[in-house]
Design a protein around this ligand. Structure first.
Ligand SMILES: Nc1ncnc2c1ncn2[C@@H]1O[C@H](COP(=O)(O)OP(=O)(O)OP(=O)(O)O)[C@@H](O)[C@H]1O
Ligand SMILES: [Mg+2]
Length: 347
């Protein structure tokens, strides 16, 4: 981008050089000031790629289709819901229009956000179960960010779940796997991102999540058995690509609950990176920390409860890459002692 275009975009955003420098410092991890912006605008210095991406994203106010990300893995307790909530929150903080969809009959995300008020959401027919099983319009099931329901609210737009959603596995009708894809279609121009939190199985709901998604993130605990199970979800992704949604791409495998000081965790991470080399990117791992359980216990989103904590910043970095349309930050292999005898088949 040349200086003249940069200046035009800055004016379109109605920002002074000082205001824009402050915003760039907040959102892009750049250290810039008014003088630096002057040099960019006069063409004396070249504009860093990260700044160009941010300017293009901020000024792109044309209605465009949401990118749908599914968090999926048949394995339970690997961090799907935690990642969905924190990514949605981080994207919202980056001023993105976000919809989080709880597609798990366990309704964990719904309980975190609405607690007891989930009963009222169900009474008002505002759950994804009503959309998929009763053919209700998705738009009528959305709770707007900040909208109070029985004294509770979500920070971003949200469609809750309910145990009745488990009935999906009993339903037989032509093209049923595409029901979520269909019902999201009308909302795509209203959001920048739709995040789908899938349930821990390879049943119809996971097919639906993958059928509706543009990109899938596969959270996986840095534990040997969990890493071995990655091949099952990847095989399902391949089937969905073949039969239902050729546009589906793997954004990456997201290692969670990673303890860099444990040799076994480093070994499992290294193995994932090697085994996935030609299959899918392995994303920068989410550190293991009790702040996640503390936040869960208090029914809060970790990033909202502990915004300054280092261990949640990975979700901010992921969200920044998603907004800029960049590949997600990759895991790096680290040294491990050679005596750890683990050679699982993960792919
Ligand atoms: N990085 C982390 N460090 C420590 N604990 C974590 C981390 N991420 C998630 N947890 C905890 O692990 C538990 C399971 O996480 P979560 O509910 O996100 O997994 P899930 O894959 O959605 O589970 P399910 O398959 O049952 O839906 C929660 O108690 C959560 O607080
Ligand atoms: Mg979950």
């Amino acid at each position: 981008m040349d200086g003249e275009t940069f200046r035009t975009l800055r004016r379109k955003l109605r920002r002074t050089q000082i205001e824009l420098a402050e915003e760039l410092n907040r959102h892009c991890r750049q250290t810039c000031d008014r003088a630096m912006l002057s040099r960019w605008e006069s063409g004396r210095d070249s504009i860093p790629g990260e700044v160009v991406n941010a300017m293009e994203a901020w000024t792109d106010r044309q209605p465009r289709d949401a990118r749908v990300f599914a968090l999926a893995n048949q394995k339970g307790g690997v961090g799907k819901t935690t990642s969905a909530l924190n990514l949605a929150y981080a994207l919202m903080q980056l001023e993105q229009r976000v919809l989080l969809l709880d597609l798990d009959p366990q309704a964990t995300a719904t309980s975190v956000l609405f607690g007891q008020a989930a009963t009222e959401l169900f009474r008002q027919r505002r759950t994804v179960a009503h959309v998929i099983l009763d053919d209700q319009a998705m738009a009528d099931a959305v709770t707007r960010g900040g909208e109070a329901v029985d004294g509770r609210s979500a920070p971003f737009d949200f469609v809750g779940s309910h145990i009745n959603l488990a009935g999906v596995d009993m339903r037989r009708e032509p093209g049923f796997d595409a029901a979520l894809q269909d019902s999201l279609e009308a909302l795509r121009s209203s959001y920048d991102f739709v995040i789908v939190d899938a349930p821990p199985n390879l049943g119809t709901l996971t097919w639906m999540a993958l059928g509706a998604a543009d990109l899938v993130i596969v959270p996986v605990q840095t534990e040997p058995y969990d890493a071995m199970g990655v091949s099952m979800i990847l095989e399902t992704v391949r089937k969905v690509q073949r039969r239902l949604n050729p546009g589906l791409r793997i954004a990456g495998i997201l290692p969670t609950r990673f303890s860099a000081n444990l040799v076994i965790d480093r070994e499992v991470l290294n193995h994932l990176v090697t085994a996935m080399a030609d299959i899918a990117p392995v994303i920068e791992p989410v550190p293991s920390s009790t702040i996640y359980s503390h936040a869960a216990w208090a029914s809060r989103i970790t990033l909202e409860a502990s915004p300054r904590s280092k261990v949640v910043q990975v979700y901010v970095r992921l969200a920044e890459a998603m907004v800029a349309g960049r590949p997600l930050p990759r895991a790096t292999q680290t040294a491990v002692s050679p005596e750890v005898p683990i050679r699982p088949e993960v792919a």
